[in-house]
Design a protein around this ligand. Structure first.
Ligand code: SF4
Ligand code: SF4
Length: 172
């Protein structure tokens, strides 16, 4: 090995450093600065509502049946027009997802006939014990924009008979 060889290697190494010295930094100062997720990212679940505030979930348990990790627990109860949560006969009186079991596969989303359960863009999931990894319906349900849109609520008799809305054919 010649005497100059380490010097050459050192200069080459410094050259590499110099090449990237003025590039834009890729480090995000999390949690102050959050990186935008990709459009198809699958994060924490959200239970969606219709524009009028009624819950999309009808407690059918198809999501629980489709879940390969057995992470979802659903219990359904009867709606009445005096105390209505969702359109149709039934609503989810209990809806829980065990986030420690979930593998974020999105099968629940695909199985849902009303597009009620959606994997959102929230990736901030942390727990200090097993019990708090089970997210109940209150945590998963989308908030309402105004108080009068909350559920349960009294509605006009016989208007919300259909559980699953009419859907158009997909266009893409
Ligand atoms: S994303 Fe997959 S694993 Fe998680 S709750 Fe849905 S179906 Fe189950
Ligand atoms: S989220 Fe969808 S599939 Fe699951 S119980 Fe509710 S309506 Fe049924």
């Amino acid at each position: 090995m010649s005497v100059l060889e380490p010097v050459v290697e050192l200069v080459r190494g410094l050259g590499q450093t110099f090449r990237y010295l003025f590039d834009r930094p890729v480090t995000y100062q999390y949690p102050e600065q959050k990186r935008e997720v990709r459009p198809r990212f699958r994060g924490r679940h959200v239970l969606k509502r219709y524009d009028n505030g009624l819950e999309k979930c009808i407690g059918c348990s198809l999501c629980a049946a489709a879940c390969p990790a057995d992470a979802i627990f659903v219990e359904a109860s009867e709606n009445t027009d005096e105390k209505r949560f969702s359109p149709g006969e039934r609503y989810a009186s209990t809806y829980e997802i065990n986030m420690l079991r979930c593998i974020y596969c999105g099968f629940c989303e695909d199985a849902c006939p009303t597009e009620a359960i959606v994997l959102g863009d929230n990736y901030e999931l942390s727990f200090t014990d097993r019990r708090s990894a089970i997210y109940p319906k209150e945590m998963l349900l989308e908030p309402v924009p105004t108080v009068d849109m909350t559920t349960p609520r009294k509605v006009e008799t016989g208007v919300y008979k259909r559980s699953v809305p009419e859907m158009k054919d997909p266009t893409d």
